[in-house]
Unconditional design. Structure first.
Length: 492
């Protein structure tokens, strides 16, 4: 029988930790999307149109590396002191990015910014696992997932407004007051005993992990270009990444206190749940990245309206997380609802792949919300399942594994589905696809200046690419569904 739960005591513990966790998640989430609408202004300011994507890539690489490092440090020294370190990195990174005199300085600042953001998200999610019993985690995690989705949706809108009225620098500087609130909320957290006695920092593992992740994400970034020039960059980077990964596995099995706990990561519950998270993140980030292009070029939606049309996606994800969290708290069945909801998302993607161009614009956002509802259902279940399977002593490392796989899935999914999208376009008409790519690199104004007939042909070619991309997204979501049904731990 289930043990009785003092829900009032749990609620008090939750309310003590909520301000700290909520602000940390909000900051890390909005940082990942607020730069999207400011990138053209940055490119124009520094004159680096061809390299502007590195602003995003630099942040993603740093955030991915920060996840296991700060997960391990949080387990050893406590979440509270590490949160102060994360906020310091976040503040310095934001300040340096806002005041960057050149593009190279901006990239260096974004690396610091990414370390802070990745650390905040990992420590915040681990703090949930530390503060709440497993069954109740789902109930309260859902609110944080809703916070994450809302911040992700608000990011592009806020970035566009700040860039238009105050300049792109305030995309970074405007977040400093939030950091101040976060530090204050962290100060109010209860002090817990430090566990760092005898702790060994796995420096070799950290260096190899950094090389592995950095080279791998750069490969994925270059692979989206679908050019022979990119191939000459991808192959050496892929070899470096593979060599670093093999050396990393060898070292991590020998050291006493490894950065990556290999036996834990190969547990069937953990690797299947993490693989599920990877597939879901890949689909969701790719759709958020490419749907604005579809809406503006293919369906003729004004750019100012695109954010509002994508808002139901965020609402669907948040609602899915709330439902899944409540179901988990009441029944203890962690994977039942996600298994069903992900299957529904897969069917919705299959339908969109076949009939997206025929779906009325007023209906399309709600079909997209149905897709994200299934994804949202998986979020609390994934986090709770991995933390329970890992055990109390490895909550930080387990949480970091989820964040790492989600970041990796975001990069891999965007690269893979982007390659499918533009590859299908190029396969249908390579010359037209090349002209479209050149027009996009020159900015949306250049695309709008093209003759109407040529724009119509490009829109038709792009629509065909989106059909292929959504079919690929359905395959990934189907893989996530199979993995959800095959996670051995079914009740917490």
């Amino acid at each position: 029988m289930d043990q009785p739960v003092d829900r009032e005591a749990i609620r008090r513990e939750f309310l003590r930790a909520y301000p700290c966790i909520g602000i940390a998640i909000f900051i890390s989430a909005i940082d990942q999307t607020i730069t999207a609408t400011a990138l053209p202004a940055m490119a124009a300011h520094f004159g680096v149109v061809e390299r502007i994507s590195w602003v995003v890539v630099a942040y993603l690489v740093a955030a991915t590396i920060a996840a296991p490092v700060f997960g391990k440090l949080g387990d050893a020294f406590g979440r509270r002191p590490m949160l102060f370190v994360a906020y310091a990195l976040q503040a310095v990174g934001a300040l340096c990015a806002g005041l960057a005199p050149n593009f190279e300085a901006l990239l260096a600042a974004r690396i610091l910014h990414g370390f802070g953001g990745g650390a905040l998200l990992t420590l915040a999610m681990a703090l949930i696992g530390e503060s709440l019993p497993p069954r109740e985690r789902g109930r309260y995690q859902a609110y944080f997932v809703a916070c994450f989705m809302s911040a992700s949706a608000a990011g592009p809108l806020a970035g566009g407004w700040l860039t238009q009225h105050w300049g792109w620098q305030w995309v970074f500087l405007g977040g400093l007051p939030l950091v101040g609130f976060g530090v204050f909320a962290t100060w109010k957290l209860p002090r817990r005993p430090r566990l760092g006695a005898g702790f060994y920092f796995d420096a070799a593992g950290t260096v190899l992990f950094t090389i592995f992740v950095g080279a791998l994400l750069l490969v994925m970034d270059q692979a989206q270009r679908l050019s022979w020039d990119a191939l000459w960059i991808c192959v050496p980077l892929a070899l470096v990444s593979a060599a670093a990964f093999l050396l990393l596995l060898r070292i991590e099995r020998r050291v006493n206190d490894p950065l990556l706990h290999i036996p834990m990561l190969t547990d069937p519950v953990i690797w299947r749940t993490n693989a599920l998270a990877t597939c879901v993140a890949g689909v969701m980030v790719a759709m958020i990245s490419f749907l604005p292009l579809y809406l503006t070029v293919v369906r003729g939606v004004p750019i100012a309206t695109v954010g509002a049309m994508l808002l139901p996606m965020s609402l669907g994800g948040g609602l899915g997380a709330l439902c899944s969290g409540q179901f988990l708290a009441r029944t203890g069945r962690n994977m039942l609802l996600p298994s069903i909801a992900l299957a529904v998302s897969t069917l919705a993607l299959c339908y969109l792949s076949a009939f997206m161009d025929r779906v009325p614009l007023e209906v399309l956002p709600w079909l997209l919300a149905l897709v994200t509802f299934g994804s949202g259902c998986s979020f609390p279940a994934v986090q709770t399942t991995v933390q329970v399977a890992a055990g109390v002593g490895r909550v930080g490392v387990a949480t970091a594994s989820v964040q790492f796989m989600r970041n990796l899935g975001s990069a891999a999914g965007t690269a893979l589905l982007g390659a499918v999208l533009f590859g299908a376009f190029a396969a249908a008409d390579s010359e037209l696809a090349a002209r479209f790519a050149a027009a996009m690199r020159a900015g949306r104004e250049a695309l709008a200046a093209l003759p109407g007939e040529e724009r119509a042909l490009m829109a038709a070619g792009l629509a065909g690419g989106f059909h292929a991309m959504l079919a690929g997204a359905a395959v990934l979501m189907g893989a996530a569904t199979v993995l959800a049904w095959r996670v051995p731990l079914r009740r917490v």
